[in-house]
Design a protein around this ligand. Structure first.
Ligand code: ATP
Ligand code: MG
Length: 328
């Protein structure tokens, strides 16, 4: 920057004053350039301080940002039992940290109790965000999320979440035993309940075969060799709650083909009698669901069973299928 100023200043003075005076002009430019360097040095500290101040303001604004969602609002209606009907009606949504980037614009989705609904679409289209809205990690900007016909903002969140089983995209486990990790799914779970949940998630045989069985450590320093065990554990946690609603975000994505097959069988069994929302990248894993919704441009642009959607060669699902075939 300084060199550029020096060069431009010199050329400018040479052109303006003519070459005979170039010696004097050069001295003149050197003088101003050295002054500029001093000025720049003087400005560095205040500019740095300004940067630090900006960071501090951001930091304090984050600290002061209180969540509007109270998980245990005593005024809200407690949830005793659920049929499991879900509806997102005219939902507009943007993440609080990026309010000017809309994720959904008039999104509508209705899932009948006991039905399975898959969500598909390009990465970043908002599949996981639908799950987050159903779990009420966030509230929509406009429109509402309803469960059994009630706006979930009117329901006591803690009791609602007890009825919802969630298996997330990035399963995180505690650095503890497999037993503790499964038991985390329910307060005061007994050994029999943990084993039953593990059986339901098709993981009991696999855990029992480990040298330390249910006491095998997992998580941070645990058995990294046990491929896919994290996802399986998470599934067992979700089962333990015996939820009316199951939310599966890429539940089988961390698994190899063989484990995926085993888990798929378990999931099919689990889904029976529960409303299930599944997010899947691999379209082959969702052929049997009751309904598939394609998320695109902040809305559900197409919905129907696999056989209905494949019969529309101009449709969004058909295009996704073709794209996936090209990648395989
Ligand atoms: N916590 C967050 N804060 C701000 N923006 C977010 C957050 N989570 C997701 N987004 C943005 O919201 C949009 C939708 O993201 P989302 O995770 O729902 O997509 P997705 O369909 O699940 O993608 P993928 O298939 O990659 O999992 C993306 O543009 C993403 O960058
Ligand atoms: Mg996602």
């Amino acid at each position: 920057m300084v060199l550029k100023l020096l060069f431009c200043g010199t050329v400018h003075t040479l052109l303006a004053k003519g070459f005979p005076h170039s010696q004097r002009s050069l001295r003149f430019s050197w003088y101003w350039s050295s002054q500029l360097i001093q000025l720049q040095k003087l400005l560095v500290l205040p500019l740095r301080l300004l940067g630090v101040a900006k960071l501090l303001v951001l930091f304090f604004s984050i600290l002061e940002r209180s969540t509007k969602i109270d998980p245990d609002d005593s005024e809200a209606e407690p949830v005793e039992s659920l049929r499991g009907e879900i509806e997102l009606r005219h939902v507009d949504f943007a993440y609080p940290s990026r309010p000017d980037v809309p994720v959904f614009k008039d999104l509508n989705l209705r899932i009948r109790a006991g039905q399975s609904q898959a969500l598909v679409g390009a990465s970043g289209c908002g599949k996981s965000s639908v799950i987050s809205l159903i779990e009420r990690f966030y509230d929509p900007i406009a429109g509402k999320v309803m469960i059994d016909g009630k706006d979930i903002r009117r329901l006591n969140l803690k009791s609602l979440r007890l009825k919802i089983g969630l298996v997330q995209q990035e399963p995180a486990l505690f650095a503890s035993s497999i037993f503790d990790n499964i038991a985390y799914g329910k307060d005061g779970a007994t050994e029999a309940e943990v084993i039953e949940a593990a059986r339901a998630a098709n993981v009991h045989g696999f855990v029992s075969a480990l040298p330390d069985g249910y006491e095998t450590p997992v998580g941070e320093r645990g058995v990294s060799a046990v491929r896919g065990s994290k996802t399986k554990n998470r599934n067992s946690q979700a089962v333990l709650k015996d939820p009316a609603i199951l939310l599966l975000d890429e539940a089988t994505s961390a698994l190899d083909a063989e484990s995926e097959c085993v888990l798929q069988e378990a999931l099919d069994r689990l889904m029976r009698g529960r409303t299930t929302v599944l997010v899947a990248h691999r379209l082959s894993t969702i052929r049997g669901v009751d309904s598939i919704g394609v998320v695109q441009d902040g809305r559900i642009v197409e919905q129907g069973s696999h056989s209905e959607l494949v019969s529309r060669p101009d449709g969004a699902y058909f295009r996704l299928l073709q794209l996936q075939h090209h990648h395989i």
